[in-house]
Design a protein around this ligand. Structure first.
Ligand SMILES: Cc1ncc(COP(=O)(O)O)c(C=O)c1O
Length: 363
């Protein structure tokens, strides 16, 4: 795997890694030999089979896509009719509400709970459940069964291993394969479900609304994954077992630092490989001070989900109730550098700056 070399002394908040051109080339040669570069070629088909093994479901329930965002839109467009209501959190990346609007649905923003997961009303018929920052799906909200759930598991590739579907509802899941995610492909996504008909409809949507004929049966788009992207995905998947261990080692290091300082790690379980190190500060002023201190010390940070989607002009018209927790997270969560290029000296610098921040009594 290759990591970009940086010499400016700043620790970037994220640094994408990519399989070597030699490893990708091995699969591209295969595409060249097959003479097929898109339209469900052999590399995409085999990728669906390999990912089905990871999710532990039949390959007929897995469909590749051009991006995680397109997968969200396609999943929503094929599970409900235009104008249908859908509930989703504001505490997410802009792709979630944007896809719901593009699918022609009528979203409502809901607040999140103490684990940053959406709190849905009991009568929700369609919900988009966002797994924050690589978290695992759990179904403890099963007291309020909904007919259909689309899980936005954009960063949860590792957490989707042996995915445990609940028995009482239709569930679709999207995972992003963007360059900043755990299984980096550049741009790409995957949709899988416990409902084979939903996946078949999704495939049609991603191929102009047609499959097996040249007649569009539903309004669709072109959101297929090409064989060239699939070549990168295969090479990434080959590197995944070793990389997963690297992610876990880094997470352990990050957690040691957070917990030795009594900082609340607003993140995922320690047994999951996910590309985020978020901490939660006491209040907004403390976060602003820490951001400045880290910036001066050459450490990049990011407010990954900004002020919450409900504050964005594109979503002003989306109805919402009280979003107290969302606003709380938006004001206090801060993303620290976390990527496979992090060195021991980087962790030491971050630790020293955090110590200085705490010694100043700023928390
Ligand atoms: C929660 C969430 N949903 C959806 C997406 C979109 O995925 P993609 O970048 O593959 O379109 C992202 C990407 O960061 C995300 O964080």
């Amino acid at each position: 795997m290759q990591v970009r070399d940086l010499n400016d002394g700043v620790i970037p908040v994220f640094l994408p890694v990519f399989p070597s051109s030699e490893k990708i080339g091995f699969y591209i040669d295969e595409a060249t030999r097959s003479g097929q570069f898109s339209n469900g070629g052999p590399l995409v088909t085999r990728l669906e089979e390999r990912l089905a093994g990871h999710f532990n479901i039949p390959a007929s329930r897995v469909a590749m896509c051009s991006s995680g965002t397109a997968a969200l839109e396609g999943a929503l467009a094929t599970v409900s009719s235009a104008g249908s209501p859908v509930h989703l959190p504001s505490w997410t990346f802009t792709a979630t509400p944007g896809s719901a609007l593009r699918a022609g649905l009528q979203p409502t923003f809901v607040d999140v709970d103490e684990s940053q997961r959406a709190d849905f009303p009991a009568d929700t018929s369609l919900a988009v459940d966002v797994l924050p920052f690589g978290a695992r799906a759990d179904w403890y909200r099963s007291g309020a069964p909904r007919q259909t759930v689309l899980v936005d598991a954009a960063a949860s590739f590792d957490a989707c291993r042996d995915f445990a579907f609940p028995e009482d509802r239709k569930v679709g899941v999207i995972v992003s394969l963007h360059a900043t995610k755990a299984l980096p492909v550049g741009e790409g996504g995957v949709f899988f479900s416990n409902d084979e008909a939903w996946v078949a409809e999704f495939r049609r949507w991603s191929n102009f609304g047609m499959w097996g004929s040249r007649v569009s049966q539903i309004p669709g788009t072109n959101a297929k994954m090409s064989e060239l992207t699939a070549a990168v995905a295969h090479a990434s998947l080959d590197a995944w077992p070793a990389q997963r261990l690297q992610w876990l080692e880094l997470r352990q290091r990050a957690q040691e630092i957070s917990s030795s300082m009594g900082l609340t790690a607003a993140g995922v379980e320690s047994d999951l490989a996910a590309p985020y190190w978020n901490i939660q500060l006491e209040d907004q002023a403390a976060r602003t001070r820490l951001e400045s201190l880290l910036q001066v010390g050459g450490v990049e940070t990011r407010r990954w989900w900004g002020d919450g989607c409900h504050t964005m002009p594109a979503y002003h018209d989306i109805p919402r109730g009280r979003l107290d927790r969302t606003e709380g997270y938006a004001a206090t969560v801060l993303g620290l550098p976390f990527h496979l290029g992090l060195k021991s000296s980087d962790f030491n610098r971050i630790r020293t700056l955090l110590e200085r921040f705490l010694d100043d009594g700023e928390l």
